[in-house]
Write a protein that binds this ligand. Sequence first.
Ligand SMILES: CC/C=C\CCC/C=C/C(=O)SCCNC(=O)CCNC(=O)[C@H](O)C(C)(C)COP(=O)(O)OP(=O)(O)OC[C@H]1O[C@@H](n2cnc3c(N)ncnc32)[C@H](O)[C@@H]1OP(=O)(O)O
Length: 570
Amino acid sequence: MSSHLVDECAAPPKNCFRLVVLGTARVGKTAIVSRFLFNQYDDQYTPTIEDFHRKMYRIRGEVYRLDILDTSGVHPFPAMRRLSFLTGDLFILVYSVDNYESYMEVMRLREQILESKASCKTRTAAPPMIIAGNKADRPESEREVLYDEVAKWVSTVKKCAFLETSAKKNGNINELFQTLFELAKLPPEMSPSLHRRVSIGDQAWEAAKKGISFYPRGKQDDNPLGVVSPHARRPSLRSDLIEAEAKAEQEQRRAEKPSIPKISSALSPYRSQYRSCTWMSLLRQAFQGLVRPAGGQVCRLQVQHRCYNAPAAGHVQVDMNSDTGVATVRLNRPPVNSLNLDVLTELSIALEKLETDRSCRAMVLASAVPGIFSAGLDIMEMYKSTPERCVAFWRALQDAWLNLYGSRLITMAAIEGHSPAGGCLLAMSCDYRVMADGKFQIGLNETRLGIVAPFWFTDVMLCTIGHRETEKALQLGAMYSAQQALSIGLVDKVVPADQVMSTVQTELKSWLQIPDAARVITKTSMRKQVLDRLSSQKEKDAQFFADFILRESVQKSLGAYIASLQKRKS
Ligand SMILES: CC/C=C\CCC/C=C/C(=O)SCCNC(=O)CCNC(=O)[C@H](O)C(C)(C)COP(=O)(O)OP(=O)(O)OC[C@H]1O[C@@H](n2cnc3c(N)ncnc32)[C@H](O)[C@@H]1OP(=O)(O)O
């Protein structure tokens, strides 16, 4: 029987839910999911990158769908993690009772989920969550997290419950899900003990799939049923869009806010640029091939080796040449490739995917928009925004930059157009820069906008052109022609515009001759200090950005700068 048929038994959008399981590595997230789905426990530890499961239910005549995202406990994939926050309807946050740090991470995760949800103006309510203190079977002498401490904390937070569990001994696993489903107002029968587990060939399930009647003729079987899809894969982008749209419409109706613009136009990034709906385009990115089915019940993340091209609406196009091991990443957000939350998230994901692709050795960062590399950060993300949105935006920038600057790949910037501010940062963060000769300019011009280049922008420039030039460049907000940039070492080569790409390819040949391991160790040791400086204070930096950018005086400067851009145009 073809396994995809399980999906033909479609659940209406209102009955589709995504459960996200989060927590640090080795706390037992996968073990909990495995107990829930298959009542199995595997003593072997295999780190998870991201697993996707689907369980379908037939309960009181209705079909329900539960998608489960079992996330990575380590954080080399921050964009994927943030997307899991945004797309989750309900959450299990897991810590291990013998590891206090893992409990601290649970508290941080809860905050981050709430902040992510708050940054999406269409979804502000706290999602249902349950905290699982796993490995409760461990001897008391190994315990680092006291039950009472967690219970006390959880009693102060909204829509949150807490249980200690043991995936190994099957302790409280059923109760964990039951409590969560109760909190989320989902049918209690979704809990393992309250439905009959069936397989796809089951007669009752087959009947349901055909849509005629769930009950085999002549037999009254009203037991709730649950079936795990053996080859579950993330839904297509299109079906997710449709589903999320339907769900949001429903939420909106429930909230009875008729003054809000029609949700269908507001939600679709294909049809509207409505700002409050960025979460929808983040959702879209979440399904651009992040996870591919790998057979069996578990879908380990696999990386496509040939082409990562995003759909037409994607802001970041990736072409992977498997023969050469060189990927070309093109920014594609006309008119000027300004970097908003969506672009930065897409860029992060693209970089994360390439990073994990063993066949990829080098990456060329370029633009799909003629005459522009990138106009830097989208000024509209910084103007008249909210603190939550500012923090989310800044985190996305931090992640994209950490991925690029810290990449193991050979990275080359093909600068075929203007490259101010954030555009210059991206270019400087590559290992080598080739710029088109002519009218185009590059530089960190922040002071001209009445803003200050953050310390990590400054660090990168210092590493590129040295202290004296950086001091001048930053104070003046200097924009350099290609030739000037070459003379101060801001770019490595200047060629006619139509030769930028071929020059990059030629240069790459010599870089590719160097053994990767030696080159990567060298690169990492050179960049570590700068990377660590931001990594160690990401949250503080994000908060500082939000506070600074929303100051009245800074907003006034930004407003004047936007007006000057418009005036210059007219
Ligand atoms: C504690 C730390 C605090 C703060 C740190 C913040 C760090 C900030 C980093 C940044 O990156 S800030 C962004 C700086 N970028 C700029 O100053 C670039 C401004 N743009 C230009 O100079 C030009 O647009 C150009 C890039 C040279 C391209 O010129 P061109 O003539 O080709 O296009 P035009 O000017 O007509 O622009 C088309 C269109 O795009 C809008 N635009 C341009 N840049 C941006 C931008 N960065 N963000 C948002 N929108 C931008 C421009 O207004 C036009 O819009 P319109 O068609 O609606 O008029």
